[in-house]
Design a protein around this ligand. Structure first.
Ligand code: 5AD
Ligand code: SF4
Length: 439
């Protein structure tokens, strides 16, 4: 009889990718995925700790899982991901129903570790960092013949932005050898994948830890040569490492989608300095202007934070002003939260919670207006969409994304799944577009 595996994922696309790897590895061990934790023999909670809210969500979820363990004694509960890496030991002490805690570099060893826990019956914790091991030699199967896949090209981060816990929980930056990445993508394309998103905490410093001198633009060029692959995306980029050579790729490489996610975090030079971001607002704006000169329809999205220690009304206004100057396609915005172990954890978290909340609301309202304006402008336009599968909203509709990464829903038949179609946009909403296939 197959054993049930339930995986719950929090956080970024890197975690989504890691969860897929977990599923692929445990399928080889005879597990099959279940959608209800009550039916599982193994539950994996893949966690995030980038902000306090994410960490709190996981903690309350873990508390609730306690009930399941009481009913099913041989159930194994695994805590994985960034929160596990950061606070695994203290969580294990507090939560006796946890069986296994694994850090971000231990995914590959998960099947062995589960077997060990089953055999000994004792809880286990494995948090060590390792080089190379994080890189996967084999491509996991894309689930349900999805035409889009994530491909990890590097792990870790050496930037040490003062608010960020990532360098501590994901470890130092390490790039994956190009041949390994190319082999994985070729294999995915053979299985029907048409679009890949290259993942890394800071993809544009790709290659710095390799000895063959390959750069990120060169990697992109080689990926473009793969026949059958239609689209390439990447995330996340750091403004300070966005080279002229990389920007030129948006004009030069037709498979590279015209969208860049380029977190700016704050529009105030004082705050950017305190964050150790390594660029000024003027440099950021200059890069966007350059990108738009090269590729006029490029979509620009970013991450931004409010309420970093020392952020005054004037600093916040500088953030709003930068938004006005750039007019982002979309923004992911957050309230600063203190993360243990970071440099900023030593600064006084002096912006009151209600001021953070108020600033976030103002910022999000402004962004909604900008997003709405951009979506409205697309009504009547023809856009190319990769049909990804059934839409969540309606059984009749399919869903896909434009090259600029906007979600479009439209009627389509199943034989169009996985294909590139031209869609005429008929209606705009804040979070998606609606249209109809015209070719
Ligand atoms: N508080 C709030 N937001 C944070 N981010 C990272 N660390 C923190 C923190 N301590 C945000 C940044 C980053 C995104 C992934 O999360 O905007 O780009
Ligand atoms: Fe965190 Fe900065 Fe690294 Fe991004 S670049 S992961 S924000 S330290």
């Amino acid at each position: 009889m197959t054993k049930g595996l339930y995986v719950e994922t929090y956080g970024c696309q890197m975690n989504v990718r890691d969860s897929r790897q977990i599923v692929a590895l445990l399928k080889e061990e005879g597990y099959s995925e279940v959608s209800d934790p009550k039916l599982a023999d193994v539950i994996v909670i893949n966690t995030c700790t980038v902000r306090e809210k994410a960490a709190q969500k996981v903690m309350s979820r873990l508390g609730r899982l306690l009930g399941l363990k009481k009913r099913k004694e041989d159930l194994i509960i695994v805590l994985a991901g960034c929160l596990a890496q950061q606070r695994g030991e203290s969580i294990l002490k507090r939560m006796a129903h946890l069986d296994l805690v694994i850090g971000t570099h231990q995914i590959r060893h998960l099947p062995t570790l589960i077997r060990k826990v089953r055999y000994t019956g004792a809880p286990l914790i494995e948090l060590s960092f390792s080089t190379g091991l994080y890189c996967y030699p084999e491509a996991p199967l894309p689930e349900d013949k999805e035409p889009c896949a994530f491909v990890t090209i590097m792990q870790g981060c050496n930037n040490f932005c003062t608010y960020c816990v990532v360098p501590y929980v994901r470890g130092p930056e390490e790039s994956r050898p190009a041949e390994e990445i190319l082999a994985e993508i070729r294999c995915l394309v053979e299985k029907g994948v048409r679009e890949v998103t290259l993942l890394g905490q800071n993809v544009n410093s790709y290659g710095q830890t390799l000895t063959d001198g390959i750069t990120f633009p060169q990697l992109l060029e080689r990926i473009c040569e793969i026949e059958g692959l239609e689209r390439i995306r990447f995330t996340t980029s750091h403004p300070k490492d966005l080279s002229e050579e990389l920007m030129a790729c948006f004009a030069r490489l037709p498979k590279l989608c015209p969208h860049i996610h380029l977190p700016f975090q704050s529009g105030s030079n004082k705050i950017l300095r305190l964050m150790n971001r390594g660029y000024t607002r003027e440099e950021y704006i200059e890069k966007i202007v350059h990108l738009r000169n090269i590729c006029p329809h490029i979509a620009i999205t970013a991450d931004v934070m409010v309420g970093f220690p020392g952020e005054t009304e004037e600093d916040f206004c500088a953030t709003l002003d930068l938004m006005e100057k750039i007019r982002f396609d979309n923004l992911f915005s957050f309230k600063y939260s203190r993360r243990e172990g970071t440099y900023a954890a030593n600064m006084v978290d002096d912006v009151p919670a209600e001021v953070k909340a108020e600033r976030l609301t103002i910022l999000q309202k402004k962004q909604e207006a900008h997003t709405w304006e951009k979506h409205q402008a697309l009504v009547g336009e023809k856009v190319e969409v990769l049909v990804e599968g059934r839409s969540k909203n309606s059984l009749m509709d399919a869903t896909g994304r434009t090259p600029t990464n906007k979600i479009v829903n439209f009627p389509a038949s199943e034989d169009q799944y996985g294909k590139l179609v031209t869609v005429k946009i008929t209606q705009a909403f804040l979070h998606s577009l609606r249209g109809e296939i015209i070719e």
